[in-house]
Design a protein around this ligand. Structure first.
Ligand code: AKG
Length: 246
């Protein structure tokens, strides 16, 4: 099987796959510089939302790296970025996230639409839990600027859990409890330049960093833009805003 086909099979089976050495060193450095310039002088933070909207240079680098084509390949249809977040774990802002699936999408305004529930507001954008069919068509790519693993709060995933659809909170607890004797909770190790391609439905968590080495990650969610039912609109739709994305 050609390499990318094997990776696609792995992605479908496990809910995630690591693409090694995807970004070049100049691309990693340019993304890192762009983020550092933007964050300079701001309070230390664990992240930044709407990265692609705020930093068009990073949009350009990801276009050069054909990130959208890669996301579309794994989604098996054309997808575009609809949410982009920069994450780091830094002294004073060292954090953890409990086991969860990424169920929310960022939308322009709150509207009545079947299957969208639990509306909240984050960074000025409405968020709602999306229907399963939309989540199943989405792909998340995490672009690693640094090595990331168990010692600096890298992602831990539950292999294959994306196949279970939307998992209730009490079932998440049972699933994680059931893994004690079975090594299905998998700490993902990525090197600088690697991409983690994952389903938003994959159960994942991350611990606080133990060594506080940089763990810069660009987390971008891709969706088929046309799949949003009327009258909903993406918070940032690349078709309507000169390539701007959240
Ligand atoms: O970067 C992390 O450690 C976790 C982020 C996460 O869980 C998420 O974006 O859903």
């Amino acid at each position: 099987m050609p390499r990318r086909s094997q990776e696609l099979a792995e992605f479908r089976d496990n809910g995630f796959v690591v693409l090694k050495n995807y970004l070049s060193t100049p691309q990693i450095d340019a993304i890192g510089e762009s983020l550092a310039c933007f964050m300079a002088g701001r309070e230390a933070s664990h992240g930044l939302r709407n990265v692609l909207l705020l930093l068009p240079k990073i949009r350009g680098i990801l276009a050069e790296a054909e990130a959208e084509n890669t996301a579309s390949f794994f989604a098996s249809r054309t997808v575009s970025p609809v949410k982009s977040i920069f994450f780091d774990k830094v002294p004073g802002k060292n954090w953890f996230v409990p086991w969860h699936q990424d169920l929310t999408v960022a939308l322009k305004s709150r509207e009545q639409a079947g299957g969208f529930a639990n509306w909240t507001s984050k960074a000025g954008a409405c968020h709602a839990e999306a229907p399963l069919s939309l989540l199943q068509s989405m792909v998340t790519i995490r672009f690693h600027l640094d090595e990331s693993g168990p010692n600096n709060g890298g992602l831990i995933v539950l292999r294959g859990s994306q196949k279970l659809g939307r998992i209730k909170r009490q079932d998440i607890r049972k699933l994680i409890g059931a893994t004690i004797d079975r090594p299905v909770a998998f700490p993902v190790h990525c090197d600088s330049g690697d991409l983690l391609v994952m389903s938003p439905l994959l159960l994942h968590s991350s611990a606080r960093s133990r060594n506080l080495l940089p763990r810069r990650v660009l987390h971008i969610e891709y969706a088929p833009l046309g799949d949003l039912p009327e009258p909903l609109k993406w918070a940032q739709d690349p078709r309507q805003s000169c390539g701007q994305t959240t």
